[in-house]
Design a protein around this ligand. Structure first.
Ligand SMILES: NC(=O)C1=CN([C@@H]2O[C@H](COP(=O)(O)OP(=O)(O)OC[C@H]3O[C@@H](n4cnc5c(N)ncnc54)[C@H](OP(=O)(O)O)[C@@H]3O)[C@@H](O)[C@H]2O)C=CC1
Ligand SMILES: O=C(OP(=O)(O)O)[C@H](O)COP(=O)(O)O
Length: 357
């Protein structure tokens, strides 16, 4: 049983805590927060032991009538792995805390690649974390996760000569009031190519990729306009079959009438996904096209949740508790990852286990 602590219980941290609880081979030791706000209340209601992330602020919890299980040092001592989900840049400051107790730690995309021993994506480079010398691993950002998951199978099957991606980035998360209201369209970053390409190269070092980013007044999901020049010229159906086999790529069927991210999120909520989360890349099936060697498609990324299964797999990888296929299948099964439309014509995914049937 892997004992897991979550330091930082916000957009990502609360989802990681729920995902860890859903894994039979993991035990959630507790979650750490700095203040007794509505998210702390939710943690208590879920029965998650609450720890004071900043010991000097412990009284705020007691004064609010919330019993603490301890302070952050206690959480770190009791955990095999801590998933640091603090705001960008704070994770790096916590490294000494984890080192003090020889506790492995996962960081998120807001931390620098230089602050860790390895950057991680389960589909593209799972084994990079399975090394005794690796104490700190970064689960790359939502955009880099979405790009790595797509590029890995394309490169393996057809070879990628050059990828050019335009990222239409949401302006902020729905609950992130500090960044709204938003009313502009910004080249962001204005410098091109953007940081996303080099970030994908922390996962796929040899991939030839250029990215540009804009920010728009939206909060629900990111949208990627993808062009990939392949070494071969596959048919659209060959590309479709390849992508369909990937559990974390959802081909949005045209018959579903899903025209945008709002309807995608509605679909997720209608199907009973917790918080309306979409752990998968959502690729518009109708957008798939191949012109000579050039593949084009649109995909949407749910920034608040696509990194969640990646964190679960990174826990097993950093503990060397499972290989890539075993971990991804276990994560997908226990979390419920792998959207399939109920509409006719959507073939059952051939998983490695089924492939021999
Ligand atoms: N949101 C997104 O779209 C994505 C974010 N990420 C990355 O995930 C990380 C977390 O982001 P996100 O969840 O959005 O951030 P949030 O602001 O939603 O949550 C961060 C949480 O950390 C807590 N916190 C603040 N300071 C500390 C501290 N010193 N010690 C412990 N906890 C603290 C805050 O809780 P409190 O109320 O207690 O202060 C807050 O709830 C960042 O690196 C980000 O780049 C990655 C992918 C997507
Ligand atoms: O943290 C994120 O976005 P944010 O910094 O706009 O909140 C997401 O990880 C996306 O970041 P990216 O667009 O730099 O990949």
């Amino acid at each position: 049983m892997i004992k897991v602590g979550v330091n930082g219980y916000g957009t990502i941290g609360k989802r990681v805590a729920d995902a860890v609880r859903a894994q039979p081979d993991m035990k959630l030791v507790g979650v750490a927060k700095t203040r007794p706000n509505y998210e702390a209340e939710a943690a208590v209601r879920k029965g998650y032991p609450l720890y004071a992330a900043i010991p000097e602020k412990s009284d705020a919890f007691r004064n609010a009538g919330i019993d603490l299980a301890g302070e952050i040092d206690d959480l770190v001592m009791q955990s095999d792995v801590v998933v640091d989900c603090t705001p960008s840049g704070i994770g790096e400051q916590n490294r000494e805390l984890y080192r003090r107790y020889d506790t492995r730690a996962l960081f998120q995309g807001g931390e620098s690649a230089d602050a860790v021993d390895a950057s991680f994506n389960a589909r593209a480079n799972y084994d990079v974390a399975r090394n005794d010398d690796v104490q700190f691993v970064r689960v790359v950002s939502c955009n880099t996760t979405g790009l790595s998951r797509l590029m890995a199978p394309l490169d393996e099957a057809f070879g990628v000569e050059k990828a050019r991606i335009t990222l239409i980035r949401r302006g902020g998360d729905p609950a992130d009031a500090s960044r709204g209201p938003i009313n502009d369209i910004l080249p962001d970053p204005v410098t091109v190519p953007s940081h996303h390409g080099p970030d994908v190269n922390t996962i796929l070092p040899d991939l030839n990729i250029d990215t540009v980013g804009v920010k728009v007044p939206a909060t629900l999901m990111h949208l990627h306009s993808v062009n990939v020049t392949l070494s071969e010229a596959p048919s659209v159906d060959e590309v479709r079959d390849l992508l369909h086999e990937e559990s974390r790529l959802f081909l949005v069927p045209d018959i579903a009438g899903i025209g945008g991210t709002g309807q995608l999120k509605e679909f997720a909520m209608d199907t009973g996904r917790p918080r309306g989360d979409l752990w998968e890349n959502c690729i518009w099936d109708e957008s798939l096209s191949v012109e000579d060697n050039d593949l084009y498609l649109f995909q949407s990324i749910h920034q608040e949740s696509d990194v969640i299964p990646e964190n679960v797999d990174a826990i097993r990888a950093i503990m060397d508790a499972a290989d890539q296929q075993e971990s991804m299948e276990k994560t997908d099964e226990n979390l419920g990852v792998g959207l399939e439309s109920v509409f006719g014509g959507v073939r059952k995914r051939i998983t490695p286990r089924n492939a021999d049937d």
